[in-house]
Design a protein around this ligand. Sequence first.
Ligand code: ADP
Ligand code: ZN
Length: 435
Amino acid sequence: MEQNYYQKEIETMPVDKIKELQSEKLIKQVKHVYENVAYYRDLMDKKGVSPDDIKGIEDLHKLPFLSKADLRDAYPYGLLATPIKDCVRIHSTSGTTGKRVVAFYTQNDIDLWDDCCARAIVAAGGTDEDICQVAYGYGLFTGGLGLHGGSHKVGCLTLPMSSGFTERQIQFMTDLNATILCCTPSYAAYIAESLKEQGYTPDNIPLKAGIFGAEPWTEEMRRGIERDLGIKAYDIYGLTETTGPGVAFECSEQKGMHINEDHFLAEIIDPDTGEVLPEGEKGELVFTALDKEAFPLLRYRTRDICVLSRKKCSCGRTLIKMAKPMGRTDDMLIIRGVNVFPSQIETVLLNEGYQPNYQIIVDRVGNNDTFDVNVEMNPDQFTDTVSGITSLEKKLSNAMKLMLGINPAVHLVPPKSIARSEGKAVRVIDKRKLH
Ligand code: ADP
Ligand code: ZN
């Protein structure tokens, strides 16, 4: 199959050359961070490492890790490495107040991010003849503006739809003959379902490819989406802390995602000991941003569990590949493509006069996530009538929708029926099976 590349020289560069490039960039980047980010300088000083100790990527392991806790500690400006006047944008993960993680971008940072997304679009077969419908959320979330920037770079006609308003998505898609759809896999499945209900078949849906990511999805789900939309569906990975989507992207082989390792140096570590694991072993993915100016995280622990592989790829790209992340080590849930933190649910419960005794149960039925929250009723509600309880459940569910953007099914359960814990409470039961 004829291969197209967006930046061929980089994407097919011999591995030893890529490593040389990474070494050069790492040396510079460590100096930049040490000189400009007091927070990280302190971590390095504590570990007894100075920029002079870093002579190439073989010295990477000497640097301290950064974790999400550090980002929260340093919120909002503590990890900023350039003057604010050089920054042109922020993005943010969805945390609750006080826990939000914000990332900063200079114009160069945006350019390199857009390039990464452009590589993903071209790898999915995109050219300047394509009409690219971006149905990831626009705004603080990185999905929308990331793929939007990439689509512009490729020269696609960009439909900046953002997420939601499914009727309108379908109208634009079918009226304008969109050929590439970018959104979360769960939203793609929902769009596919809606198209079917309106009588569309894979033959008369104009799309040819989809670029889906920002949440875990199974191969079964991929096949279902491909079948229902009549497309090839490509995975894309990224996180706000490292720019956004496009850190890694899938090619025609559809087996793992190529990491844009000229910009992002990847390691796999044992999440318990921090020890670096050899290629091919499963562990926590850690990224070092080699070119980012405003928010250049070194050895950032993603909490995503996956495997790296340098096996030769049939697409001709030499960039290392990461397997689909198999889950994350922290507490954030992605439900129907929306980020949900247990702490957000807790906030609603407390605001509504409940005790923080609750459990979140998530499952996947077909391609749809189910989302249930069991909440202990207050003792005075225990004697209420069934209809009284139902309306209380509805009220809580609506309050959660305001906070989260999606409605859980709330079930009020008898007082003291949810197990107490002396250590960390188990707030989440996630039954979605992801292999
Ligand atoms: P948040 O941390 O609030 O989720 P992001 O939107 O930056 O903010 O999400 C990044 C996370 O989303 C990643 O760390 C990973 O867990 C998940 N993710 C992104 N892309 C994929 C993908 N293709 N497959 C599985 N998980 C993904
Ligand atoms: Zn490939």
